[in-house]
Design a protein around this ligand. Structure first.
Ligand code: COA
Ligand code: NAP
Length: 280
């Protein structure tokens, strides 16, 4: 067990903090987004999750029900606006109007900008940026009724250039601006719009993809706090931002990254280059 996994930040939040709230979380079947779903469930919210894989959603729903939450899910690809709308409609019919939306679904892989196909670049932009827009649009009628909140899960690549992540940086930076535009446009409806920017998080698919070839230690050393975060730490911050504690917070980017955004990660890109692209 590491410092990150033994620490239970959600236990510091009230178990009734999100009572009466209905959350809809894309990508909620795994990783950071499941950590957010767990935190919401432990704070008393009803939780709907969405992703492409039925079995993954079923397993996550079972776990969330074990935490005492009412749970709904319907699989959808966030690139498909109609399917996502159907998943949102299903959630509303089962749990009630959504008051907290989380756009967390994403795709990532290392690829050289000049060599990846147009479809490879487009795929990440479609999942991350278009998926985030589809999530915002599909949940808007509910959020307007509930004067709710939308939280976008972005990444440091939105702010800090990183080799072999051009597609990811472009998509996540686009989401950051979408977040701000919606804060302005939907503020008069009482809807809040913010982003959470995780640093490297332990045990996630994202870090398996980013650190798989170079090892975790190099990444941990690049974090001023010297360790990976836990999914629970992301969940706790998401609950704070999405619930009553965040009532006056909108248009804001929350770096929950252990300070990673402040330091250079060029040596990591160099190691990735050596490991993945040295022969090319
Ligand atoms: N390097 C270069 N190109 C790649 C690639 C890689 N490692 N992985 C996929 N691609 C390309 C494919 O070749 C394809 O392009 P093409 O049609 O020109 O050949 C394009 O990307 C789409 O790939 P495909 O596998 O059809 O996409 P998908 O929609 O099934 O899956 C991904 C989307 C590729 C993002 C997949 O990795 C995924 O599902 N990821 C979700 C989980 C994840 O990434 N988690 C971490 C979040 S931080
Ligand atoms: P993850 O477990 O792979 O999370 C991605 C989720 O999105 C999965 O549940 C996946 O489920 C779903 N998804 C992917 N493509 C989808 C699509 N087209 N339609 C619907 N759902 C889709 O990875 P993670 O590492 O926890 O990442 C979660 C979020 O945190 C992402 O936004 C990522 O960019 C961000 N982030 C992660 C880190 C990190 O350290 N891991 C750091 C910074 C930011 P299916 O495959 O079943 O669809």
């Amino acid at each position: 067990m590491t410092e990150a996994t033994t620490h239970d930040p959600v236990s510091n939040l009230s178990p009734t903090m999100l009572e009466g709230h209905v959350a809809f979380i894309t990508g909620g079947g795994s990783g950071i987004n499941l950590g957010i779903a767990r935190a919401f469930a432990r704070c008393g919210a009803k939780v709907a999750i969405c992703g492409r894989t039925e079995e993954r959603l079923e397993a996550a729903a079972e776990e969330l029900r074990g935490l005492g939450a009412e749970v709904a899910f319907q699989a959808a690809d966030v690139r498909d606006a109609e399917a996502l709308q159907a998943s949102v409609d299903h959630a509303v019919s089962q749990l009630g109007d959504i008051s907290i939306a989380v756009a967390g679904a994403a795709g990532n892989f290392y690829a050289q900008a000049e060599k990846m196909s147009s479809n490879a670049f487009r795929t990440v932009v479609d999942i991350d940026l278009m998926g985030a827009y589809h999530t915002a649009r599909a949940t808007f009628p509910s959020l307007k009724k509930t004067r709710g909140s939308i939280l976008f899960i972005t990444a440091g690549q939105a702010f800090k250039a990183m080799k072999y992540q051009a597609h990811v940086g472009a998509a996540k930076a686009g989401i950051e601006m979408l977040m701000k535009d919606l804060a302005l446009e939907w503020g008069p409806h009482g809807i809040r719009s913010n982003s959470l920017v995780p640093g490297p998080v332990e045990g996630t698919e994202g870090m398996a993809r980013l650190a798989g070839d170079t090892g975790d230690e190099m990444w941990k050393k690049a974090v001023p706090l010297g360790r990976y975060a836990s999914t629970a730490e992301m969940g706790a911050m998401a609950a704070v931002l999405s619930g009553p504690l965040g009532a006056y917070v909108t248009g804001s980017q929350y770096m929950v990254d252990g300070g990673t955004g402040l330091v250079s990660t060029t040596h990591i890109s160099d190691a990735v280059e050596k490991s993945l692209f040295a022969q090319e």
